[in-house]
Write a protein that binds this ligand. Structure first.
Ligand code: ISL
Ligand code: CA
Length: 565
């Protein structure tokens, strides 16, 4: 830790690794990853050099949305293990210098959570107001036209009382009513309980959706979408969101010893919002996940995919770098459990380019200013999956989209093509550990088929090969720990209008770094940079395709270099 970092900004030098427990490592042969499996792989994570582990939800859950539908926040789903396993994981992680961050899913619960079971039981139940109940409109229909993130209306009619409840996600994920102070205190007290148990913070699921405009106004109609509308302006970054986050901070985090981490997952967040959310003086969250760069290859809807223009990507990420340069802090990610695989999306998964482009992506991302996140398998260059038919998909979002799109007359083949590119299932196939059956993920039948390329792309092979994507990630993570300019330097984008060159500098206390990366399979001269000859005598800190003829030589296919002077 350098002097430049105050204790509560420790995360500027940290790298986070995300585990999707269901797909990481099965330890008991039931085909589903579990906590014991995570414990067994901690040495692997330590070798990679990461500082923080973020676990996707492991709480008791009917698994309608793979654990993002929680029916008991203070217990572990038997699929994953027990509270004793979590205690052991905390201890074993801490023993290796790794902090543990848990997923916090409190915009909604499961419909099987006792709070909701009570709430739906009658209109005068004390927990009725813990969720969003509304009478049918004057035509006996849903209270408004909002479309759910998982297709269809956000409203579900409940027979018990003849009223509708709101669910922004699946009908098994009813939204909690944060207007009710009892709800908020119940959540804060649960969070304190987890911190007391020894965890080091939370990744907060869709946390910028908890404050809604309480009149729930109609959304703007979505063309061709059977009467549904876009409700997001009425619940993203809503009127009381900053108040709620500050209250949470005061009630849960204030005065706690230790180095905690809070990251808010915030679809639709702007740079201006993010400055407010992450300004340390405002005591809200340490950083946010923003979605701008992962929306650039979407059309009007997530499922209309279009080609990514590198200039757009640089413009977007560059604007976030500039916007949070003085106040606040960025999260940096290409991948998570909701996104297709980075190498297939931003790089090239063609056999001749996969390794180089996966390393290039790691290099570019990790040398930005912000805290980088590695999603399981990204450090191996794991790719998208060759899904054949609609039966090959598992995720509720993909399954619902396919059904509704085909029902409403879309061509099944083009729907499938969109799914192959955009489905969250691309990220959710099991981790590829070795070349044995099912990639070493399980000795039983895996809950989800392993990507057939596991025989070639797997951790065992990568760890044994010093030239692998794994060792490149290890080196770039190490760079954040050893080269202060990576964690603390300023950021300056170069050649913003170039279609294939990603180039920027970082400066810190008399040191300057230059990152140059060729997002193409063609050779690329660096002459397009104004003062490239000034870098001729600089040191090559990191490269990805073997020694170049000189530090300023033309970049080969998917080559990336980090220079220092
Ligand atoms: O992947 C998405 C759908 O296109 C995103 O909109 C995603 O649903 C959104 O980022 C919120 O994600 C989080 O909350 C969801 C859960 O399904 C995701 O896995 C989680 O990361 C509901 O809890
Ligand atoms: Ca298991």
């Amino acid at each position: 830790m350098t002097d430049a970092v105050t204790n509560d900004q420790w995360f500027r030098e940290a790298v986070v690794y995300q585990i999707y427990p269901r797909s990481f490592q099965d330890s008991n042969g039931d085909g589903i990853g579990d906590l014991r499996g995570v414990i067994d792989r901690l040495d692997y994570l330590q070798a990679l050099g990461i500082d923080v582990l973020w676990l996707s939800p492991i709480y008791t859950s009917p698994q309608d949305d793979n654990g993002y539908d929680i029916s008991d926040y203070q217990d572990i789903d038997p699929t994953f293990g027990t509270l004793a396993d979590v205690d052991e994981l905390i201890e074993q992680a801490h023993a290796r210098g790794i902090r543990l961050v848990m997923d916090l899913v409190v915009n909604h619960t499961s419909d099987e959570h006792p709070w909701f079971v009570e709430s739906r039981s009658s209109t005068d139940n004390p927990k009725r107001d813990w969720y969003w109940w509304r009478s049918p409109d004057e035509h006996g229909e849903a209270p408004n036209n909002w479309e759910s993130f998982f297709s269809g209306s956000v409203w579900e009619l409940d027979e018990t009382t003849g009223e509708y409840y709101l669910h922004l996600f699946s009908r098994k994920q009813p939204d909690l009513n944060w207007e009710n102070p009892e709800v908020r205190e119940a959540v804060y007290s649960m969070m304190r309980w987890w911190l007391d148990r020894g965890i080091d913070g939370f990744r907060m699921d869709v946390i910028n959706m908890i404050s809604k405009i309480t009149s729930l106004p109609e959304g703007t109609p979505i063309p061709g979408n059977s009467g549904l509308g876009d409700g997001t302006p009425h619940f993203l970054n809503g009127p009381r969101i900053h108040e709620f986050l500050q209250e949470m901070h005061a009630s849960v985090f204030e005065g706690r010893a230790g180095q905690l981490l809070t990251v808010g997952e915030m679809p639709g967040v702007t740079v201006e919002d993010a400055i407010l959310y992450t300004d340390p003086a405002r005591h809200e969250v340490d950083m946010v996940f923003q979605f701008e760069h992962v929306g650039l290859d979407h059309g009007d809807h997530k499922w209309d995919r279009r080609a990514l223009d590198l200039r757009e990507l640089k413009k977007s990420l560059g604007r976030w770098q500039d916007g949070l340069a003085e106040v606040g802090w960025n999260s940096l990610y290409w991948n998570n459990h909701d996104q297709p695989r980075a190498v297939s999306r931003f790089g090239s998964d063609a056999p001749e380019h996969r390794v180089a482009s996966a390393k290039l992506l790691g290099t570019v991302l990790h040398v930005h200013r912000g805290t980088p996140y590695v999603y399981q398998g990204e450090e191996l260059g794991m790719t998208n999956v060759p899904f054949a038919t609609s039966d090959d998909f598992s995720d509720i979002e993909s399954v619902n989209y396919y059904r509704m799109a085909v029902e409403s007359g879309s061509d099944a083949e083009s729907v499938l093509a969109n799914l192959r590119l955009g489905s969250r299932d691309n990220a959710r196939t099991p981790m590829q550990w070795d070349s044995s059956e099912h990639g070493g993920f399980t000795t039983g039948t895996p809950w989800f088929r392993v990507n057939p390329n596991y025989t070639e792309i797997n951790a065992e092979a990568a760890v044994a090969d010093d030239d692998s994507v794994f060792h490149h990630y290890r080196r770039v993570i190490e760079l954040r720990h050893t080269e202060p300019a990576v964690a603390h330097g300023d950021f300056h984008m170069l050649a913003a209008d170039h279609p294939t060159l990603y180039a920027f500098t970082r400066r810190h206390e008399g040191v300057e770094l230059l990152v140059v990366a060729n997002f193409s399979g063609d050779e690329l001269s660096l002459d397009v940079l104004d003062d490239v000859e000034q870098w001729a005598g600089s040191t090559l800190l990191l490269g990805n395709v073997g020694a170049p003829a000189s530090v300023t030589a033309p970049l080969r296919a998917w080559e990336a270099r980090v220079l220092r002077r």
